[in-house]
Design a protein around this ligand. Structure first.
Ligand SMILES: [Mn+2]
Length: 464
């Protein structure tokens, strides 16, 4: 089990003291699941300490315009990768709780900056701890171990369990706190999305880093379950993954591994079990069969709020509102799913996917830039899993383009890191980008799409 390095602990204790002594705090947090969870953890912590505060969720491009107006400013899930010199005044008290690669040297932390970042201590912030996790480590110094479940949610929302199929490092320690509090269970299970809420055959039809006969085919999925003697219903209720016995899960696991092994080149076969099973995180205080019970489904609900610019609802739910805010969140989730389904249909009807030697792409003009990544991920299952899928959407604020890439995890296991690659290619056309190995994005100037695609395609020669 990971331990918090002593130096990092000491810095956390400095933040602990600074926060405790202050009367007025402003929190700027990133507007995604990790950032919203981070904001919720900090807000709950400050509520309990009875400290006046305000939380605002922002995108990275808003940082240069921010003004220092409060006694203490906390940046969470952002700040490490950005220039914050306009906050560096003689009186500024700034705490940064981030896990992204830091711009500044740890020794540069004078002038009121208290930057707490795992990367300074040899801990990889891309999979060992999230932004929300860093905020939880601060909450933990006050003894608020019951907030650990939100730290788990933020890590899952940040896809930190993606490569290993489970949370590791500091994240594992946060899970452990949740388990000790009786609020979190970690369960090794099949890696099907929709553990609590989706009928099993529906979940199966969405399964895959690789195209299988059951992919996007509910009938085939039902036939598969029949063949394995797994009932689809309990009396009148559709069964979900959550309802299956261990025996049934084992049968399904073996069959999925077998089916996938038939589809992939032999060098990938050894990775397949990792794609078919993984640890799921269950929130024991939430109702069974509700989307809040499963960390992965909960994070989707938070993302739906953020992508439709309604972070206030997500914050309320995270802070404990299970009444009106939860209804609002459910409605937003439905709207989100409807929107995605519409756009998916449009892409297919208009036959918008184009293929190059090493990649595939579509022009999603007309799709909200906030969901272009989600759509790219969904449409991948209709294309060729051996190539990354790139979606383009017009950026609302300027006439640039937002680029999102999604690919099968098998490509990442093979050693390709698309986050690094997209960063390089975007820079060559005057843009910027980055992200995870299998899910990343960029902003590029309008009119540079073709050049971007050509360079990207070439850079993959001999790699894919
Ligand atoms: Mn994050």
């Amino acid at each position: 089990m990971a331990v918090i390095p002593t130096d990092m602990h000491n810095t956390l204790m400095k933040a602990h003291e600074m926060v405790k002594k202050s009367e007025d705090i402003k929190i700027y947090s990133h507007i995604d699941c990790d950032g919203i969870s981070a904001g919720a953890i900090l807000s709950l912590t400050l509520d309990r300490l009875e400290i006046d505060h305000e939380v605002e969720f922002i995108t990275l491009d808003m940082i240069p315009e921010l003004k220092r107006e409060n006694e203490v400013t906390i940046f969470s899930d952002l700040g490490s990768g950005q220039d914050l010199d306009h906050f560096r005044t003689s009186k500024s008290k700034v705490i940064i709780l981030d896990h992204h690669p830091p711009l500044r040297d740890i020794s540069s932390h004078d002038g009121g900056f208290l930057e707490i970042n795992p990367n300074y201590y040899g801990i990889d912030g891309s999979f060992q701890v999230s932004g929300g996790g860093m905020c939880y480590l601060l909450a933990r110094t006050y003894g608020f171990h019951d907030l650990s479940w939100i730290g788990v949610l933020s890590a899952v929302g940040d896809m930190q369990n993606n490569l290993y199929g489970k949370l590791v490092g500091i994240n594992e320690l946060i899970v452990e706190d949740g388990v000790n509090k009786g609020m979190v269970a970690s369960v090794n299970d099949l890696a099907l999305y929709g553990r609590q809420t989706r009928p099993l055959f529906v979940a199966l039809s969405y399964f895959g880093d690789v195209k299988l006969p059951i992919t996007n085919n509910r009938n085939e999925a039902i036939q598969l379950l029949k063949k394995l003697d797994i009932y689809t219903k309990n009396q009148d209720k559709q069964r979900t993954l959550y309802d299956l016995s261990m025996d049934e899960k084992k049968k399904l696991f073996t069959e999925l591994v077998r089916m996938m092994s038939l589809e992939v080149p032999s060098r990938y076969v050894k990775y397949i079990p990792r794609l078919v099973s993984g640890d799921a995180y269950e929130f024991l205080e939430e109702e069974k069969y509700s989307p809040l019970r499963d960390a992965s489904e909960f994070s989707t609900a938070i993302n739906a709020c953020s992508r439709h610019k309604n972070t206030g609802i997500a914050l309320k739910v995270l802070k404990g509102d299970r009444g009106l805010a939860l209804d609002d969140m459910d409605n937003l989730g439905r709207e989100h799913r409807r929107y995605l389904a519409q756009k998916m249909q449009w892409i297919q009807e208009e036959d918008l996917i184009s293929t190059m030697d090493n990649l595939q792409y579509f022009n999603g003009n007309g799709i909200k830039s906030e969901v272009i990544g989600t759509i790219a991920g969904m449409i991948l299952s209709y294309g060729d899993w051996r190539k990354p899928m790139i979606g383009f959407a017009r950026n609302d604020e300027n006439d640039g383009l937002k680029v999102s890439l999604r690919c099968s995890r098998l490509l990442a296991f093979d050693g390709i890191h698309f986050g690094h690659l997209i960063n390089k290619v975007a820079a060559k056309v005057g843009g910027s980008g980055g992200g995870h190995s299998v899910a990343c994005g960029a902003y590029i100037p309008g009119g540079k799409q073709e050049e971007f695609l050509i360079i990207f395609n070439e850079s993959l020669n001999g790699i894919i």
